[in-house]
Design a binder for this molecule. Structure first.
Ligand SMILES: [Fe+2]
Ligand SMILES: [Fe+2]
Length: 335
C-alpha cells in the first residue's frame, strides 16, 4: 500500500518523515478530525502491513510513537466525552448488560436503506468505506489473543478461526469481501480506497486498533467484538438483500450470507464464553467491556449518519480522490 495523501499539517509532516530514513520528528497535535484520524490510521498501519517504501524500523521509532500517542490521547478523550463509562455489573450479568447496550442503540438505519433504496453507486460507496475494515477483518481483535488465558482465550480463538476461514484462504472473511468488491467492479487491492475514506470511516477502524493494541484496554476490545457479533446477523441479511435487489448473485452476496449464519453463533460465544468468562476472572473490568461495546455503536452510528446525510443531499459520501497521476477523478466530490 502507498502512503495516503495528507489531510492537514500533522499527517503531512508524518507522511513526509516516513518516506525517509527513521529519524526524530517533532511532536505536534492534529487540529482537526480528518488530520487526526489519518495520523492514527497511518500509525496503526505500521503495526499491520506497513506501507511501500516505508522503513519497518519506523514502527517503534520513539518520536514517531510519541506523535502517535499524542493523537491517541485526543481520540480517547473524545471517546470518553461521547460515551460515559458504564457502571460495573456482576460477571454473570455481562451478556445481559451487552444486550442492554445494544437495545439502547438508536443509530441511523443504514442497513435498511441499503436493503431497500440505495442506488448501485451508493452501494459501491458503502463497500469502499467498509473495505478499510473488511480487508483486514478480525485482525484488530486478534491482538487480544496472547493477552488472555483459559476459557476466554479459547472462545476468542474459536471466533477468530472462523473469521480466518478455518485455515482455508477461500473462506477467509477478508477474501470473501474481496470477492464482493470484484463483483461490484471495485479495486480489491489492500487499502485501495484509503484516500477516499473520510474521518468517520477511519475512526471506526482506529477504534479497534486503539483497543486492540493497548493491554490496558483489553476489556474494551472484547466488548467491541461482542457487540459487533451481536449486531451482525440482521444487517448482513439486509446487505445481501440489497445486492440481490440490484441484480447481483451469490458471488457478490456470499460475504454477507456467510455472516448471517456465522454470527448467530459468534454472538453467543463472544457474549457468554468470551466476555462472561473474562469478567468472571476480572470482575473489575466489566465497565470497560461495556464501554468498548458502546463506543463501537457510537462510532458506527456516526459513520451511518455521515453516509445517509450525504446521500440525502444528493452528494457522495467519499472524499475526492486523485488518480495515480494526481488528477481529481471525475464525479468524486470533496469532503
Ligand atoms: Fe467476519
Ligand atoms: Fe463473526
Amino acid at each position: 500500500m502507498q502512503l495516503p495523501q495528507p489531510r492537514g499539517p500533522v499527517s503531512a509532516a508524518l507522511a513526509d518523515a516516513l518516506a525517509g530514513h527513521p529519524r526524530d520528528i517533532p511532536l505536534i497535535e492534529p487540529s482537526d478530525d480528518e488530520d487526526l484520524q489519518l495520523v492514527l490510521h497511518i500509525g496503526y498501519e505500521l503495526h499491520y502491513r506497513g506501507f511501500d517504501g516505508v522503513d519497518d524500523a519506523w514502527e517503534w521509532q520513539p518520536s514517531r510513537i510519541a506523535l502517535h500517542q499524542a493523537a491517541e490521547r485526543c481520540f480517547e478523550a473524545e471517546l470518553r466525552r461521547l460515551v460515559p463509562m458504564p457502571d460495573p455489573v456482576p460477571p454473570a450479568e455481562v451478556p445481559r448488560a451487552l444486550g442492554a447496550v445494544l437495545a439502547a442503540d438508536d443509530g441511523p438505519p443504514l442497513s435498511k436503506y441499503l436493503a431497500g433504496r440505495a442506488t448501485l453507486e451508493q452501494y459501491r460507496e458503502f463497500v469502499k468505506h467498509r473495505s478499510i475494515y473488511h480487508q483486514r477483518e478480525a485482525d484488530p481483535h486478534t491482538w487480544a489473543i496472547p493477552r488472555l488465558g483459559g476459557r476466554a482465550k479459547a472462545a476468542l480463538v474459536e471466533v477468530q478461526a472462523d473469521e480466518y476461514g478455518g485455515g482455508r484462504v477461500e473462506r477467509m472473511h477478508a477474501e470473501l469481501f474481496r470477492g464482493t468488491m470484484r463483483e461490484l467492479g471495485l479495486d480489491d487491492t489492500y487499502g485501495a480506497y484509503l484516500d477516499a475514506a473520510p474521518a468517520a470511516t477511519l475512526a471506526v477502524n482506529n477504534l479497534m486498533s486503539l483497543f486492540g493494541l493497548h493491554r490496558r484496554l483489553l476489556g474494551a476490545i472484547l466488548g467491541h467484538l461482542a457487540i459487533y457479533e451481536m449486531t451482525s446477523s440482521l444487517p448482513n441479511r439486509r446487505y445481501g438483500n440489497g445486492l440481490r435487489r440490484l441484480g447481483f448473485g451469490p458471488a457478490a452476496t456470499r460475504f454477507y450470507d456467510e455472516h448471517v449464519e456465522a454470527d448467530a453463533v459468534h454472538e453467543q460465544i463472544a457474549a457468554h464464553d468470551l466476555c462472561g468468562s473474562y469478567c468472571a476472572d476480572r470482575p473489575e473490568q466489566s465497565s470497560l467491556v461495556l464501554f468498548g461495546a458502546a463506543c463501537a455503536l457510537a462510532l458506527d452510528a456516526r459513520f451511518a449518519g455521515h453516509l445517509l446525510t450525504r446521500w440525502a443531499a444528493g452528494e457522495s459520501s467519499l472524499r475526492a480522490q486523485a488518480d495515480a497521476i494526481g488528477r481529481p477523478l471525475v464525479g468524486a466530490l470533496g469532503a
